[in-house]
Design a protein around this ligand. Structure first.
Ligand code: DX5
Ligand code: ZN
Length: 219
């Protein structure tokens, strides 16, 4: 299991220390939650730009960018500059499959991996046709928009269904789960077929990042 640390709940006052502690904790990625105040209510655009600019100068840990925005293409362009490992766009942001494919192609052309995310109420079958073209499916286990929520148990069934489909069709797509993940539910996610978990509140508010990451990975 890989762990992607969501920096959404990192406080500005002690962000340098927090980033340092995360850097040495064994995380696999930094998860950057970009919210535009339109696709979701919250707006994190300036904070995430600031954090990403800083992280880019100090870390070798790959960046995992999650775009919860309406004007997807312009954010893809702004974040490609940071050379992230992947950029994940929302299935629900696209007007049609053609538009979604345009974003996917643009990201890939710029040597970046692509993820597509689905909200809890979006059926997993909706994205089957694009699986051959992407690297990761980000299954939202809470409604996108804020950290610190409780995982919605029904989303775990979606992960199982998706995993079965991926295996049956011999596709090379990772499943990443995002929202409300902690030491107590990570095992269930692993059993369902998750490859990567995003940890925000449960990690950032823990006493010892290294220990928390070890526990998340052990499952
Ligand atoms: C939700 C974000 C998540 C989330 C992670 O919209 O995409 O990355 O905030 O934080 P926790 O772990 O607190 O749910
Ligand atoms: Zn996220």
């Amino acid at each position: 299991m890989e762990v992607s640390a969501s920096i959404l709940s990192v406080k500005k006052e002690n962000c340098i220390k927090t980033f340092y502690n995360l850097e040495t904790s064994g995380i696999d990625y930094f998860h950057i939650d970009v919210m535009d105040g339109e696709f979701v209510e919250n707006n994190t655009t300036s904070l995430m730009t600031e954090y990403t600019e800083y992280l880019n100068t100090i870390t070798n840990i790959p960046l995992d960018v999650h775009l919860m925005v309406k004007d997807v293409m312009s954010y893809i362009k702004s974040y490609l500059i940071f050379e992230p490992r992947n950029i994940t766009v929302h299935y629900e942001s696209a007007n049609n499959e053609e538009e979604l494919k345009e974003w996917i192609d643009y990201i890939k052309k710029n040597n970046c991996k692509v993820g597509v995310s689905i909200k809890p109420n979006t059926e997993v079958e909706k994205i089957y046709s694009i699986l051959p073209f992407i690297h990761t499916v980000l299954v939202m286990t809470v409604e996108p928009g804020k950290g610190g929520q409780k995982l919605i148990p029904e989303t775990i069934e979606k992960i199982k269904t998706l995993k079965e489909y991926i295996n049956k069709n011999e596709l090379e797509v990772d499943i990443e789960a995002d929202g409300g993940i902690n030491e107590d539910n990570v095992e269930e996610l692993k059993n369902a077929g998750c490859d990567i978990v995003v940890a925000g509140t449960s990690l950032i508010s823990s006493e010892n990042y290294k220990e928390t990451v070890e526990k998340l990975k052990r499952e």
